[in-house]
Design a protein around this ligand. Structure first.
Ligand code: FE
Ligand code: FE
Length: 196
């Protein structure tokens, strides 16, 4: 996979702001992969491509979901935005020929998380949340935790996301709840907040 092909693909699909977010995610993902002994190239590529289907809506979304045989569940019907992970994975498989299941799953599950996430899935989930263009209360803690302990960071991140979803009045996807339950099963909720 030529990096140039991927760049051209990104430029065709995303606006400048989303490209900046994608490059930021790729850079952070690669750094985290290096720290936690994951594949840095896969992390970078998954980071670049994770939001490739973001912003697709209306008739175009319906057409593509139909093309790839993706059926929205109840929560996705309430909030179609959630579908960009599943759709993005199908698009990069079909349009870029990426067949690596680890990369495809990292793209697929970055919107909701799921129980039993792989290391790469966790890295992309976190990198998406903490890349440099992001800013929210508590981000410094999650950035520090991501370097330190991926599972503790995931727990903190999922808590943050669940709070956000609740405040906004959105429906929480069952997979996000299962990702959270999976985290706390590992006893990763009790952590010391790193000092800044
Ligand atoms: Fe996304
Ligand atoms: Fe993103």
């Amino acid at each position: 996979m030529q990096e140039e092909n991927v760049r051209t693909y990104l430029e065709k699909k995303l606006d400048k702001k989303r490209i900046a977010h994608s490059v930021g995610t790729a850079n952070v993902a690669s750094t985290l992969a290096d720290k936690h002994n994951a594949d840095t190239q896969k992390a970078y590529l998954a980071g670049l491509l994770h939001d490739i289907a973001k912003g697709i809506c209306g008739d175009e979304l319906d057409r593509l979901l139909n093309t790839y045989g993706i059926v929205a569940d109840d929560t996705e019907q309430q909030n179609p935005e959630l579908l960009h992970g599943r759709l993005g994975a199908a698009m990069v498989r079909d349009e870029l020929g990426i067949a690596d299941e680890d990369i495809l799953n990292a793209i697929r599950w970055h919107t909701t998380g799921r129980a039993g996430m792989s290391l790469l899935e966790k890295i992309i989930y976190l990198a998406d949340l903490i890349e440099p263009t992001r800013n929210f209360e508590g981000i410094c803690d999650i950035r520090a935790l991501s370097e330190d302990d991926i599972d503790v960071a995931m727990c903190a991140a999922l808590t943050q996301v669940m709070d956000f979803v609740r405040r906004k009045g959105f429906a929480l996807h069952p997979n996000s709840l299962m990702a959270y339950n999976d985290c706390i099963k590992g006893g990763k909720t009790q952590f010391e907040t790193p000092t800044q």
